[in-house]
Design a protein around this ligand. Structure first.
Ligand code: MN
Length: 254
């Protein structure tokens, strides 16, 4: 089995060797292609207005001067001579839960894999508070990652679907188990914006530093993490609100 690994926190991200270690439990044919710099919050963006540079570190290790989507596209179309059987994105430093997944470079890299018809899994390590920098503990992901991935290797994935996995902010021994749950939602869209002044006197704004309020709706990824479980959520790329189709069509009927 051939596995492609990427990580939106960049080629030097602390979660990348964690995921490589997980992947090595399933295969020796591991390829890494990740953004050269951190790209968290890049969503599914694609670099169109400038060239991207490919840098090679060893036979199967590359960085791309672009987004997570650029990295997967480069891996599949330029770097690898045959497509991977599995794409793993992560382990992200921080949660990708609820409504936030549309901002996520981690999930978007897996979306790019799913679009190419490759079995794709996004993996994220939740941590308790902001400001931990590179000190985010990946123990839960390291130990529970293989247990989450193994059953998925045998499972059929429908076309244009992927799996989003989050590990709770607990030592591995305190994680209670694995729950398959739906995507939750936040009560309001974003956390507050922090304003300040830079050393040259210009105003700046910084997004996403505060915890976002949410109601822990039953059966969601947010609830599973809060309860101390690994959350596993199947996602689909079809964003159509199917139940609205009929009523909307009637509004345009002659
Ligand atoms: Mn990230």
């Amino acid at each position: 089995m051939r596995i492609l690994i990427t990580n939106d926190d960049g080629i030097h991200a602390p979660g990348l060797p964690v995921l490589e270690e997980i992947a090595r439990q399933f295969s020796d044919d591991i390829w890494v292609c990740a953004p050269a710099e951190e790209q968290s919050g890049a969503g599914h963006s694609l670099t169109l207005n400038q060239p991207v540079r490919l840098r090679q570190y060893d036979e199967r290790r590359f960085s791309v001067s672009g987004t997570p989507t650029d990295s997967v596209m480069m891996a599949l179309r330029e770097v690898m001579d045959a497509p991977p059987d599995l794409l793993l994105s992560g382990v992200n430093r921080g949660a990708n839960l609820g409504d936030d997944i549309t901002y996520s470079g981690t999930v978007s890299a897996a979306i790019e894999g799913a679009l190419a018809g490759i079995k794709s899994i996004a993996l994220s390590q939740v941590y308790r508070r902001e400001g931990m920098g590179d000190d985010v503990p990946f123990g839960a992901a390291a130990q529970w990652g293989p247990k989450v991935i193994a059953p998925l290797l045998e499972a059929p994935f429908a076309e244009r679907t992927l799996i989003n996995v989050n590990f709770p902010p607990l030592p591995a021994s305190e994680v209670k188990g694995i729950r398959v749950v739906r995507q939750g939602f936040h009560d309001y869209s974003r956390g507050s914006i922090v304003a300040g002044r830079d050393p040259r006197g210009y105003r700046y704004f910084w997004f996403g530093l505060h915890a976002i309020e949410h109601t822990l709706d039953h059966g969601t990824d947010l609830e599973a993490i809060d309860d101390g479980y690994v959350s596993v959520t199947p996602l689909q790329l079809d964003l159509t609100h199917h139940s609205a189709l009929g009523a909307l069509a009637e509004r345009y009927a002659e």
